[in-house]
Design a protein around this ligand. Structure first.
Ligand code: PLP
Length: 341
């Protein structure tokens, strides 16, 4: 049962203390057992490869308490496979999918009282992390790694309805190069975007949109979310690029869009095409869909909609995915993984 001493309505998106996290160590060529750890601190060698050479990757996943009372994790296999690909790219030992899912199941069950009650719009945010913890001073992969999953309850992002935001393109900074690391979830990508992100925020834009690093001609993605455009004839259009993170939310929304009879296109989107979209949105686990009503690039301001307008297609897609997450709509594609409590 959810804790009664937490003010679920005022929860934001941040760290909070829970019962424990779960950890395993890889050394001598194999993974050790998963173990619960109460202490939220970690001790490692000062020469650890995650500190010096960025051998680090993570995931972001949510668990929901559904209408029926069941606790489910949304599409954990997708995140397991993305973290596997990321680990391979960074020459880290991948966490096998079964071990990844077992870690999620056990840590959610151990912190069940922190899964927000149904109806509050909250969820339990799960943050798997894989880091090189062995000392490595010459540039090379470490010989020891730690995998852990920490969890925290987070509140509803939208307390009322969907709230559109303004975005900015800052041509002086790129996030990820073609054939670089943009398609995997490493901490370095976020370090690369922080300066532009802080600048955008300081100047009044909550999110920044990146164009392709080679030509600055095509739309890539926002700093922590994928790009969606809806065309005048109702198509779902999202960039196809080797430097964009394959988002689980975008995948789910594409599948939901197809189920709703929409045409889905994954293809290069020239910057100029943004003017033709009737709706634009940022897509990611944290919020599912954030409508974007205006995009600024230098003196060029593209107004997509009124500041408070949410296109009915965005609303329908949002309600569909959220409805499945909270068990209000039948989960015909088997997206929800039940945790045995
Ligand atoms: C760069 C980037 N793109 C897209 C996403 C959205 O991915 P997902 O839907 O898997 O959360 C995220 C968030 O994880 C992200 O950090």
């Amino acid at each position: 049962m959810p804790r009664t001493d937490i003010d679920w309505a005022s929860l934001g998106f941040g760290f909070s203390d829970v019962n424990c996290h779960i950890r395993a160590v890889w050394k001598d060529g194999k993974w050790g057992p998963l173990e619960f750890v109460k202490d939220p601190y970690i001790t490692m060698h000062i020469g650890a490869s995650c500190l010096h050479y960025g051998q680090e990757c993570f995931e972001g996943i949510k668990a929901f308490r559904q209408k029926s009372g069941r606790v489910v994790i949304f599409r954990p296999g997708e995140n397991a496979r993305r973290m596997y690909r990321t680990a391979v790219r960074c020459v880290m030992p991948p966490v096998p999918e079964e071990m990844f899912i077992e870690a999620l199941d056990r840590i959610v069950a151990a912190n069940e009282e922190f899964v927000p009650p149904y109806g509050t719009g909250g969820s339990l945010y799960l943050r798997p992390l894989l880091i090189g913890t062995g000392p490595q001073i010459g540039v090379a992969p470490a010989k020891e790694y730690t995998f852990l999953v920490m969890v925290m309850p987070v509140g509803a992002y939208y307390k009322g309805g969907l709230k559109p935001v303004r975005a900015v393109i800052l041509d002086d900074w790129d996030r990820a190069a073609p054939h670089g690391m943009g398609d995997v979830k490493v901490g370095g990508n976020y370090a690369a975007s922080l300066f532009a992100h802080e600048k955008a925020k300081h100047d009044g834009w909550p999110v920044e949109l990146y164009l392709d690093a080679k030509e600055h001609k095509y739309v890539e993605e926002f700093s922590t979310s994928n790009f969606l455009g809806i065309t005048k004839d109702g198509k779902y259009v999202t960039p196809d690029s080797c430097s964009v993170l394959p988002s689980v939310t975008n995948l789910s929304l594409r599948e939901a869009a197809e189920d709703l009879g929409m045409t889905v296109e994954r293809r290069p989107i020239p910057y100029e095409e943004i003017r033709d979209f009737v709706a634009v949105a940022a897509l990611g686990t944290a919020v599912v869909i954030t409508p974007v009503w205006e995009i600024t690039r230098g003196s060029d301001v593209i107004r997509i909609s009124a500041a408070d307008e949410v296109h009915p297609t965005l609303l329908k897609l949002y309600q569909t995915v959220q409805g499945i997450q909270y068990g209000e709509i039948p989960d015909t594609r088997g997206w929800c993984h039940e945790v045995k409590i």
